[in-house]
Structure formats: C-alpha cells, structure tokens
Design a binder for this molecule. Structure first.
Ligand SMILES: Cc1ncc(COP(=O)(O)O)c(C=O)c1O
Length: 491
C-alpha cells in the first residue's frame, strides 16, 4: 500500500510548520497534572484553556450583559417562549424586546443561514457603533461579520498572501494567530521588534529597517499588522504613533491590519484607545483616501469576555469594490457566520441605553469590571517587579502581563541539558511547583537570549495576592538555586 494523502509524511508541509504555543507543551502538561488531581491555577486563559480548568473563575465578567445576551439568544433559539404568558416572569423586558428585534432581522430564526457577510441589520448596528466611536460615517456594506476576529484575520491574510515571496510585517512579540496563519498560507513573516525598554513601543526606523532587510531577501512586503492594545505586551499606541504608522503604510504602499480586539480594555488614562480608522480619517487626503485598512473587533474581550460565542467583525476602508466582491465570494464558501454569535455582536455594539430597565446595573457592572481589571493589572505587574530577576512593564491595556525573566546562565544550561527551551523549562518548573500555568515567551517571539512568560490578568481580584506570592516564592528560590552569585542588572 502506498502513502495516503492524510498519512503524516504526506501532509501539506505548511500544516506541519505551524507552531501554536498557546496550546503547546505547557498547556498539555497542565492538562495532565489536572487529570492527576493537581490544582491548576490557569492564569493563562488563551484558547479558553480556563474553561476546562476548575479552581479559577477567570470570567467574572459582566452579569447583566452576559445574562442579557444569553436571555436574548435563548429567546431567539426558542421563539415560542415569546408567546408564553409567563415570559415576563422569566426574562427581563429589555431582553424580550431585543429578542423580538433580532428575530425580525433574521431570515427565519437562528436555524437559518444568514447572508455570508452577516445579517444586514446587525452590520448596520456595527456601522452605527463605529460612527459613534470615531465621528465618521461607516458603511455597513464594508463590514463583514465573522466567527470571531480570528476568522476575519485568516480570511484577510488569505486574500493578501500569494506565496512565500509575500511578506507581512508582524510585531514581535506577537499573538501567534498571525505567525501560524502566515505559515499555513505559505507566506513570509517579516518581524518588527517592539522595544521593551520603551514600554513595548514601536520605532518607525526599526520598521524601515525590517522592510529593507526583507526586500533584500527578495520579499515583497504587502501588509502590516498592529495589535492595539497589544497582546501579549499590553501597550496602547498613542495617536502620534498611529499617525506615523499610517504615514509609513502610505509611503511603503502597505495594507494596514488593525487588530483592535482589546479596545475596551485600557487601564491608564494617558493613552485612551483611538482607532486606526479615526486617525486615518483625521489625517485627511491623500492618506485618508489611499491607505487600505482592515480593522478587527470581537465579542471575546472587553467586559463581555464571550469568547465561546465566536462573534467578530472586520471593517474595510479604501478597499476597491471588486476586491470587496471577491472577499464576499470567499466568505460565501462557508455559507454564513454563526447566527447566535451575530446577535451577541449586535448586543455588544448596541448596548443598553438610559431608560432601559437594566441600564443602571449595566453601567455599574461594566465600570466595576473595568476598574477591577485596572487594579489587577497593577497588582500583577507590581508583583512581578518585586521578584528577583524579573522586570515587567505595566499592563496598559488588553488582558496580559509579559514579564521578562532574567534567567541565570546555569538555568539556561540546565534547560539545554533537559532538552528544553529555557523559558519553557522555567514555566514547566513553575507549573510543577505551584500549579500556575503560563505560556513561555518563546511562543510569541522575543529577542535572542531574552526570556519572558505570559499570564493573563484575569484571575479573580481576591485570588491575585496569593497567586503572586506563590509565584514570588517559586521564582526567588529558582533564582537562588541557579545563580552564581552574579548580579543581573535590572533594565
Ligand atoms: C490580539 C488578538 N487578536 C485576535 C484574537 C482572537 O479573537 P476571537 O476570539 O475574536 O477570534 C485574540 C484572542 O485572544 C487576540 O488576542
């Protein structure tokens, strides 16, 4: 018998090349330990690892919005409940009204496919949200609803990458959706390094160098990704920085992919979130008419955290109509995004308003969760900075801390002996000793010889001090064990 198409050795090589650390060795070991009955503190939630790890309630997210979302979707799933005389006892009036509204937008309830771009009425709600946010009109025909922001990113990269000669500028450290998708599509990742000593800022001169180096290798750089606020680095881009980036894209003829999924998660006041699209429009012609921009958003983050619903959208700016039609055609292959997820998106972009029954509760709780995340960001980064050989920039936004772990040479040697990448070695020891499950920095990319780990800032606020003191105890003992009494300077 010959080799079959799905035998490992004959698989598409691009599939085998994909690396996805967020579900890598640490995740697998944590799952094993959990099966053995060890208490795992899943401070790392990505890909919803947390959902199968008990003991941590990562998603103490907003009751009123999630309840409203779940109520609305429950009613839409079972519309006969709307005719029940007791419906008002079981569901809040605002949920009933919303369910009726969204059902009227569907073409036959939740069991029917929608337009491949998403339900027109919900795309209109997204356009209105963007207009309120940015102060510029937005066209629902240029907004496509997707199964999470990830699907939109993958689809966009699919349209851009024609082969390995096509390069995409990606920040390093980066969220591995980008590196993995570029590998899968057979393109080339062109890294630009974020500067840790400058609070993970982006230097345009470095960007120019990255592009020049890629071109010298014969790569056509076609697009640039920004993640704002950043994952895993947590930085928020300033308006001035966004202007520089857009000017750079204009000069270099690059499509800008603006990953703005954490736009609600901002924990400082100096740099509030500002969308790439608003800055682009503010810049005026020729840039505002020329730079091609695709922006992504999701229901997975913010104070919603409804990541299992898989709702997202992307908005296209300055994309020619023929290309929009081609993207529509490609979206049509998968028929339609999930209809319940589209309703969650509608609810997110069109939240409760003054006068709605649950409005005050909504404001109290949404502000409460964002304030708590702000405090958690502080507890976590301060906690890391109190540890030996650990330095951590403040988490300005998003949901992560990304401390640098200055590993002593002896620890690096021990890792090599154990056949492990040094930060994987450290994170595995941390997991075994404390049950704290993190993702090694190597999964996100980092400068040569520099090591990090990523945690979320999502554990419940009251659990944070204990988690950080358990981390500190482990870390300081680890450093003692492997240090040669050489001092490691702080940045
Ligand atoms: C930067 C970034 N982009 C996109 C996504 C994917 O979001 P979604 O759940 O909408 O697919 C994530 C999820 O963690 C993320 O961190």
């Amino acid at each position: 018998m010959g080799i079959k198409a799905l035998d490992y050795e004959s698989l598409n090589e691009n599939v085998k090349k994909v690396q996805y650390a967020v579900r890598g060795e640490l995740y697998l070991r944590a799952s094993e330990l959990q099966k053995e009955g060890k208490k795992i503190l899943a401070v790392e939630h990505s890909s919803n690892v947390c959902t199968n790890m008990q003991d941590v309630s990562l998603y103490d997210f907003l009751e009123s919005t999630s309840v409203l979302g779940e109520h609305v979707v429950a009613l839409c799933q079972a519309p006969f409940l709307l005719d029940d005389p007791n419906v008002g006892l079981l569901f809040p009036a605002d949920a009933i009204a919303r369910a009726k509204h969204y059902l009227s937008l569907t073409s036959g309830g939740l069991g029917a496919y929608s337009d491949s771009r998403g339900i027109p009425g919900i795309r209109k709600e997204v356009a209105e949200f963007i207009e309120r946010r940015d102060g510029y009109p937005s066209d629902p025909e240029l907004i496509f609803l997707t199964g999470g922001a990830s699907k939109g990113v993958m689809q966009t990269l699919n349209c851009i990458i024609r082969g390995e000669g096509d390069g995409i500028l990606v920040p390093v450290p980066q969220y591995p959706l980008y590196s993995a998708t570029i590998s899968l599509l057979g393109g080339s990742l062109v890294p630009y390094y974020l500067e840790e000593t400058a609070n993970w800022g982006l230097d345009i001169n470095d960007l120019r160098q990255s592009v020049a180096q890629a071109r010298m290798k014969g790569i056509t750089v076609r697009a640039m990704v920004i993640i704002n606020p950043g994952n895993p680095t947590g930085q928020c881009l300033s308006e001035a920085n966004l202007r520089e980036i857009l000017t750079f894209c204009y000069q270099e003829n690059l499509v800008l992919l603006g990953d703005e999924v954490y736009q609600q998660n901002v924990y400082q006041d100096e740099r509030p979130f500002i969308s790439s699209r608003k800055v682009l429009m503010d810049m005026g012609p020729p840039i505002s008419k020329e730079v091609q921009l695709i922006s992504f958003h999701t229901v997975s983050k913010g104070y919603w955290g409804e990541c299992g619903q898989r709702g997202g959208y992307f908005e296209m700016t300055n994309i020619p109509p023929q290309t929009v039609d081609e993207i529509y055609k490609i979206e049509s292959i998968a028929l339609s995004p999930n209809v319940p997820a589209q309703i969650f998106m509608g609810l997110m972009v069109n939240p409760l308003k003054p006068g709605d029954i649950s409005y005050e509760q909504f404001v109290r709780e949404s502000q409460g969760i964002l304030q708590s995340l702000r405090r958690r960001a502080r507890i976590m980064t301060d906690g890391f900075n109190s540890c030996k050989n650990v330095v951590c920039n403040f988490t300005e936004g998003a949901m992560y801390s990304f401390p640098q772990i200055r590993l002593p040479p002896k620890a690096i040697e021990a890792a090599k002996k154990a056949g492990k990448v040094p930060d994987v070695f450290y994170c595995l020891k941390l997991l075994e000793a404390t049950g704290i499950s993190t993702v090694p920095g190597s999964g996100f990319g980092q400068k040569e010889g520099v090591f990090h780990l990523r945690t979320t800032i999502l554990p419940a606020e009251e659990d944070m001090p204990a988690i950080m003191s358990s981390f500190k105890k482990f870390n300081d003992e680890f450093m003692e064990q492997y240090e040669d009494n050489l001092s490691h300077s702080r940045m």
